[in-house]
Design a protein around this ligand. Structure first.
Ligand SMILES: Nc1ncnc2c1ncn2[C@@H]1O[C@H](COP(=O)(O)OP(=O)(O)OP(=O)(O)O)[C@@H](O)[C@H]1O
Ligand SMILES: [Mg+2]
Length: 266
């Protein structure tokens, strides 16, 4: 089982969109994938079209009442792909109990668990990087310098404090592919000390799939835009994640959360 998050302290780069679509691609390849919605705006729920009602069991209640986390798993239209609605933002678990949150997640059984992080990151990043073994950062052409700064900050926080291994970066929303040359990407790889997993172009149809202009109803771009460059890039990310990943740095994330967070709070 692999715990992953797509994190970078910069909003709107495509974290939720890539999480949902890569999750679907892995599920299509036969892996059991669980996506944990950490954003109260519920982007994953929207993209996946999952009907979560106010009565539905959510992760915050599971943690509060010490219930079985499996009861909060929602099926999606994609076989093997499940969603856990959160109820509160990730930082909300600091008010409930971050250690109990970590314990609940650790009892999940799946090939991949992805935790989607809201913006601004703050405590949410702390918790998601704390519970995950691996993370991917995303950069975009827009606000590129800010993206690089954010990537460096997030890599430092993840790698050195929270023992979350940065496995690579995705260059998303590329508008001028001729500018993002191999040499340019190589320089970035050297700077960030992680490989580029994929370069994903800006596609207006993808933008419409969720959040873009005239996107009345969200949809899973990976499924509906089969054959597109976007879907191929998403398949590349999934294939890359199925390859050999580095050995995780932490064996027991519950203890790490306990050591790092509980002393601060007491
Ligand atoms: N490759 C792409 N082509 C076109 N639009 C894209 C692409 N990737 C992301 N987008 C669009 O960018 C916007 C932001 O995406 P998303 O919400 O996934 O980002 P985020 O990093 O999760 O944001 P936040 O920080 O608010 O959580 C959405 O409208 C999405 O449709
Ligand atoms: Mg998001």
């Amino acid at each position: 089982m692999k715990f992953m998050t797509i994190a970078v302290s910069k909003g709107g780069v495509g974290k939720s969109l890539v999480t949902a679509n890569v999750g679907a691609a892995l599920a299509k390849k036969g892996k059991k994938v669980i996506l944990v919605e950490g954003d109260p705006n519920r982007p994953l729920q929207t993209i996946l079209g999952v009907e979560v009602t106010s009565e539905s069991l959510k992760l915050d209640e599971v943690v509060r009442r010490d219930l079985n986390i499996e009861a909060a798993l929602f099926s999606t239209n994609v076989e093997n792909l499940f969603l856990i609605p959160s109820g509160v933002s990730l930082q909300g678990y600091f008010e409930i109990n971050p250690v109990k949150f970590a314990k609940k997640l650790s009892s999940l059984k799946s090939d991949f668990v992805f935790v989607d992080v809201p913006f601004p990151l703050g405590e949410a990043a702390f918790l998601s990087l704390g519970v995950c073994e691996y993370f991917i950062v995303i950069l975009t052409e827009d606000e590129f310098v800010l993206c690089v700064e954010s990537a460096i900050d997030t890599i430092r926080l993840g790698k050195y404090l929270l023992k979350c291994v940065p496995v690579g970066f995705i260059f998303n929303r590329i508008k001028s592919p001729d500018k993002i040359t191999g040499e340019f990407v190589k320089d970035l790889e050297d700077l960030l000390e992680i490989p580029c997993i994929a370069r994903i172009v800006e596609d207006p149809k993808v933008s419409k799939s969720y959040g873009g202009a005239d996107s009345a109803k969200a949809f899973l771009a990976y499924e509906e835009l089969r054959g597109s460059e976007f879907a191929k890039s998403i398949d590349d990310v999934a294939a890359w994640l199925l390859g050999k990943l580095p050995i995780p740095e932490k064996k027991d994330f519950v203890s790490l959360i306990q050591e790092l967070i509980v002393p601060q709070r007491s």
